[in-house]
Ligand binder design. Structure first.
Ligand code: NAP
Ligand code: G4F
Length: 325
């Protein structure tokens, strides 16, 4: 039985990856950090599976992570834990780098020093392309030009992963994932903010939805599809870097129009543009070239409209339940 250790198990991707690996008969241990409130809503349903468990650890405390690796002895480590909010990374730049860059280097160094057989996955991001001057769609040879502390922290971790692979021969893989969403997406990311906002408006609990820059464009996929891709790259004979994207890009405004129309509303009546949600630097356009992982047989099963529809339906149901009880 293969053993997988997942950092960031309480997040969107951690929960879907755990489900995928359990369905493939892995033993899964998730690392979660201590918070003052419950943070296991996305994984509570998994504890009934005898092959799933969690332990406390924090990426800014490398000893805590090393202790868990020592005890669990994983075959594969998926490093999904991160301060993952781009705008907030401007407010907490140092914490962002400690978690997103020093966290991974601690794990890579542990593997190098103590057990070079462990395979390592690094959750890299399309945010690393930032304001790239390369032509879309962005592939592995496109210029990286991060626009935020978050993008910079991920770019350093990307190169460290490559360096440990090339320098020490570790099985260390970067998945450069473009934006991916789902009903489990954090409530402050734009797609979820829109679908949750519409559900509250329909219920009469919200009057206006306040957003920032709605002109930027994103290549949106589904988290479930992207977790299949990262598992696939970890099963290859040789470690390598891959891009995971749908190749289709749409503006935030298009997503707004689509979701409000689905709900039978005119978005212009409800959306207020608020400077508070703008970023010091924006990433205006993201569109990925995922031809390399497609050669391994991966394809996305969801398109952007199907994802938004699923999120909207889920939020409408959720808001109904909350206000009924
Ligand atoms: P998410 O929902 O924000 O989850 C992040 C996870 O990291 C949560 O479990 C969080 O714990 C944990 N975490 C944060 N700080 C930590 C620390 N100091 N120590 C240990 N754990 C910590 O993010 P996601 O959407 O699932 O994304 C997963 C990974 O992929 C992240 O690394 C993200 O940067 C990267 N990524 C995401 C996308 C995307 O579009 N979703 C695209 C490219 C790359 P709490 O639950 O306690 O907050
Ligand atoms: O949903 P977002 O916050 O996602 P963003 O910044 O693209 O980052 C996400 O994707 C990255 C991959 O490229 C991940 F690495 C990262 O961890 C995260 O998952 O914002 C998308 C766009 C931006 O252009 C933002 O300026 O939506 C715009 N936006 C407009 N109004 C807003 C809002 N974003 C948020 N979060 N909130 C708003 O009110």
């Amino acid at each position: 039985m293969k053993r997988a250790l997942i950092t960031g198990v309480t997040g969107q991707d951690g929960s879907y990856l755990s489900e995928l690996l359990l369905s493939k008969k892995y033993k899964v241990l998730g690392i979660m950090r201590r918070t003052s409130h419950f943070n296991t809503a996305r994984i509570n349903h998994l504890y009934k599976n005898k092959n799933f468990d969690t332990e406390y650890g924090d990426l800014v405390d490398p000893i805590s992570i090393a202790n868990v690796i020592d005890r669990f002895k994983p075959d594969e480590i998926y490093n999904l834990g991160a301060m993952s909010h781009v705008r907030i990374s401007f407010d907490v730049p140092r914490f962002t780098l400690e978690t997103n860059t020093l966290g991974p280097v601690g794990i890579l160094e542990y593997i190098h020093q103590h057990n070079p057989k462990i395979k390592y996955y690094q959750a890299s991001s399309s945010e690393m392309f930032g304001a790239t001057r390369s032509k879309p769609p962005f592939g592995l040879s496109a210029e990286f030009r991060p626009q935020s502390p978050y993008g910079t922290s991920k770019l350093a971790a990307f190169h460290l992963t490559r360096i440990y692979r090339e320098g020490y021969g570790l099985f260390a893989v970067n998945g450069i994932l473009f934006n991916h969403e789902s009903p489990r997406r954090g409530e402050t990311f734009v797609t979820r903010k829109i679908t949750r906002g519409i559900a509250l408006i329909l219920k009469g609990k919200m009057k206006k939805l306040r957003l920032g820059n709605i002109e930027s464009k994103r290549d949106w996929g589904h988290s479930k599809d992207y977790m299949r891709a990262i598992h696939l790259m970890m099963q290859q004979e040789k470690p390598d870097d891959y891009i995971v994207a749908t190749g289709e890009t749409h503006s935030i405004k298009e997503a707004l129009e689509f979701c409000f129309k689905e709900a039978g509303l005119n978005w212009k009546k409800y959306v207020v543009i608020d400077k508070k949600f703008f970023r010091p630097n924006e990433v205006p356009y993201l569109q990925g070239d995922s031809s390399k992982i497609r050669k391994l047989g991966w394809r996305p099963r969801y398109n952007w409209k199907e994802i938004l529809k699923e999120m909207l339906e889920n939020d409408i149901k959720y808001v109904e339940e909350i206000f009924e009880s």
